[in-house]
Design a protein around this ligand. Structure first.
Ligand SMILES: CC(C)(COP(=O)(O)OP(=O)(O)OC[C@H]1O[C@@H](n2cnc3c(N)ncnc32)[C@H](O)[C@@H]1OP(=O)(O)O)[C@@H](O)C(=O)NCCC(=O)NCCS
Length: 197
């Protein structure tokens, strides 16, 4: 059900209570660090690339992928839902655009993607190289993100455009509450907050 202890030792670092399901495809694990509480589902594809750092309590759902050979930073409490593509690098227009071609015909460029803490990427969204998704930002299902997204902003569409804002104070209140008071808070919060549990 989970990757073997032997495989887990190949990661650059692994925190407490990390779950990496057996059928996740993990390439260059030596470039990947996993913080406490990370969960990587079956049928996701993670490429270590230049580096892949995954923060606390990040969930990477099935059929999502991180690929392209670049650098990826995923902050604490980020949600990567089904079918998301984090494209950290890509073939260039002035060269042959297939990885199967001889090296001298290609010019792939590696970039970066940063997902700041508490951001959320909806199903099947695509994030292109050299993008920073700000703290708490929400990417709508099916969006293609071509520019940085400001903190606590909701974007959707192709190309992604801002359609709303998200409450930072609501998340902060949840995080600062004790476990006993969290249930009460959730009962009294608006639906928008309940949706991000
Ligand atoms: C982006 C999102 C968070 C917006 O939620 P919201 O703030 O409640 O937005 P609303 O539903 O009120 O929609 C506002 C407008 O944006 C449009 N819209 C909403 N989501 C959209 C999307 N993903 N793509 C394109 N347009 C979208 C709506 O049609 C609506 O347009 P209108 O004003 O012309 O009628 C949500 O629609 C979404 O895509 N969530 C991702 C869900 C997901 O993938 N979950 C994975 C499993 S946890």
């Amino acid at each position: 059900m989970y990757k073997s202890a032997e495989f887990m030792q190949r990661f650059r670092s692994v925190g407490e209570n990390v779950q990496v399901f057996e059928n996740a495809l993990v390439l260059r694990p030596e470039m990947i660090s996993l913080a406490d509480g990370v969960r990587i589902d079956d049928y996701s594809r993670l490429e270590g690339g230049r580096s892949l750092s995954i923060g606390k309590f990040v969930h990477i759902c099935s059929f999502s992928s991180v690929y392209g050979g670049g650098r990826t930073e995923i902050g604490d409490y980020v949600g990567i839902t089904q079918g998301v593509r984090l494209v950290t690098g890509t073939e260039q227009l002035d060269s042959v655009m297939t990885a199967a071609a001889p090296a001298h015909l290609r010019n792939p460029k590696a970039g970066y993607i940063v997902l700041e803490p508490h951001s959320f990427v909806g199903a099947n969204a695509v994030i292109l190289p050299d993008i920073v998704i700000g703290e708490g930002a929400v990417i709508g299902a099916g969006a293609v993100v071509t520019k940085d997204v400001p903190p606590w902003t909701i974007v959707s569409g192709v190309p992604a455009r801002a359609i709303g804002v998200r409450s930072k104070s609501a998340i902060n209140m949840l995080l600062s509450a004790t476990e006993e008071t969290q249930l009460l808070l959730q009962l009294t919060m608006p639906n928008q907050l309940l949706d991000i549990r």
